[in-house]
Write a protein that binds this ligand. Structure first.
Ligand code: KIV
Ligand code: ZN
Length: 524
């Protein structure tokens, strides 16, 4: 490592360009409970487009009407990025995908088929020869619809290299322009993944005409290491997601891949088109809309990523930040928080504060958030950054909910029965119900059950304080399960009972979305 950890411009100018393919809205959305509304997806796509992502994989158009609509809307709106949709190696999938991305400046169809023996035998029930024929036929179909076709060998890392080479050759002959070799189950080790790319590139004719791509899952915590190894092996596209959101343990986090290349340009001579100052904001937005909080010690975007606790570290950082910081917080969009918020703070200071925290809200959302901040500041002496984050996350996540909490009065105490009078607006129509229960939370949940009858089971009810003190906001998490699917959602409020009601209602909203998606979805 060079003595100065700062990125070196001379290394940069000789560097090769790597395409960033973001799949937060497709693989990321496949993460349990991360289903997003159309409006949320549009917001995420907008920030990805602004930050310089080359390709946004916006969804899986055949999976549901909602996915099709989202891909089509993002295709129409993206100003800089190309837009891809995912399609299985099935004629109807590819046709639907072509239709969804049609209006993009740079439309891409991303089609995939499994190539590993275990998938062929147990999932597809197809022979190797049949799969080769499918690749040739479906890639040709996609190429007849768009010029930019990505083909993926699902479970490539568990596919014998000879057969993998034959599949890649068939895809290139049929006109694929990008060849993705995913580590679908997060099984590969970095040296193996690098070797796989080297071998395929050496052995298959025509590989100099296509871009190779990495797509790594994090089951062994190796997604970033494997992605970088794949690039060392000749891949020039990295598929990744904000915060590493994705199936099971997730995908390679975009922010880590980008900052590794940037910070270690001395040994990784690659550059991306990403403006890293957007990373913090993108992370906050995705965490909020996917209801998937970022762990505090997460690299680059975790709350503690730039916090120095020990005296020796603090001393060093005060003398020269480079003693313990290999990147500046500002380089990833974390600015020093300077404004203290309270009930006298005005709209302008509120907006500036949110920007410091990484949020940029549209006018209406800002007005709503400001009204809720004023309400909170009246009830709490000091409004901490964590309070604002909880409040704004709540605003972003619940802006498009069908079921909304309007009013709640609870009778609690030592003399039972505890009861709750609750008013909900369901698709704009208000209804009130009074219920009793075994404690106030049970009474609230019974009232909700009466107003929104459902068969879901309550799997988790958890309360934690957002900050210290008895006036701290409570953040409640509620997990519901129905037909083997689970959803988790949160609600925040200084009143724990109100937070509980909000969290339960939020979970029901997610369940409603999930049901709608499930109804449309095709069996894969
Ligand atoms: O992990 C995987 O193999 C995928 C493919 C659909 C590219 O997500
Ligand atoms: Zn994947």
């Amino acid at each position: 490592m060079t003595e100065s950890a700062a990125p070196r411009d001379d290394a940069r100018s000789n560097s090769e360009s790597v395409v960033i393919f973001d799949t937060t809205l497709r693989d990321g959305e496949q993460s349990p409970g991360a289903t997003m509304h159309l409006e949320d997806k549009l917001q995420v796509a907008e920030i990805l487009d602004q930050m310089g992502v080359d390709i946004i994989e916006a969804g899986f158009p055949i999976a549901s009407e909602g996915d099709f609509e989202a891909v089509a809307a993002i295709a129409e709106r993206a100003r800089n990025a190309g837009v891809a949709g995912l399609a299985r190696a099935i004629e109807a999938d590819i046709a639907r995908c072509g239709e969804a991305v049609r209006k993009a400046r740079r439309p891409r169809i991303h089609t995939f088929v499994s190539t590993s023996p275990i998938h062929l035998r147990h999932q597809m029930n197809k022979s190797e020869e049949q799969v080769l024929e499918i690749i040739a036929r479906t890639v040709t179909q996609a190429r007849n619809l768009v010029d930019d076709v990505e083909w993926s060998a699902m479970d490539a890392t568990r596919t014998p290299i000879d057969y993998l080479c034959r599949c890649v050759e068939a895809a290139i002959r049929a006109g694929a322009t990008t060849i993705n070799l995913p580590d679908t189950v997060g099984y590969a080790l970095p040296h193996e993944y690098e070797a796989m790319f080297r071998q395929v590139r050496e052995r298959v004719p025509g590989t100099d005409k296509v871009v190779f791509s990495v797509h790594c899952h994090d089951d062994l915590g190796l997604a970033v290491a494997n992605s970088l190894a794949g690039v060392a092996g000749g891949a020039r596209q990295v598929e990744c997601t904000i915060n590493g959101l994705g199936e099971r343990a997730g995908n390679a986090p975009l922010e880590e891949v980008v900052m590794a290349m940037r910070t270690r340009g001395d040994s990784l001579p690659f550059r991306t088109g990403i403006d890293a100052t957007y990373l913090n904001r993108a992370s906050k937005l995705v965490a909020a809309v996917a209801s998937s909080p970022v762990q505090s010690n997460k690299a680059i975007v975790g709350r503690n990523a730039f916090a120095h606790e020990s005296g020796i570290h603090q001393d060093g950082v005060l003398k020269n930040a480079q003693t313990y910081e290999i990147m500046t917080p500002a380089s990833v969009g974390v600015t020093k928080t300077s404004l203290v918020m309270g009930k006298h703070s005005g709209r302008h200071a509120f907006k500036d504060k949110l920007r410091e925290l990484g949020y940029e809200l549209a006018d209406n959302a800002l007005a709503d958030a400001f009204a809720r901040f004023k309400n909170l500041a009246d009830r709490k002496k000091v409004v901490y950054d964590e309070d604002l984050i909880a409040l704004v996350d709540d605003e972003i996540v619940h802006a498009h909910d069908r079921i909304k909490l309007v009013d709640l009065t609870v009778f609690a105490g030592t003399r039972g029965p505890q009861s709750a009078v609750l008013t909900l607006a369901i698709d704009g129509e208000e209804n009130t119900h009074q219920a009793t229960g075994n404690g106030p939370v049970d009474a609230i949940f019974n009232a909700i059950q009466a107003l929104v009858p459902h068969g879901a089971t309550l799997e988790l009810y958890q309360v934690h304080a957002v900050t210290k003190g008895t006036d701290a906001q409570a953040e409640v998490s509620v997990r519901l399960s129905e037909d083997g699917k689970t959803v988790t959602a949160k609600g925040a409020d200084p009143d724990t009972l109100v937070a509980s009601a909000k969290a339960y209602v939020a979970s029901l909203n997610k369940l409603t979305m999930r049901r709608a998606k499930g109804r449309d979805a095709l069996a894969s």
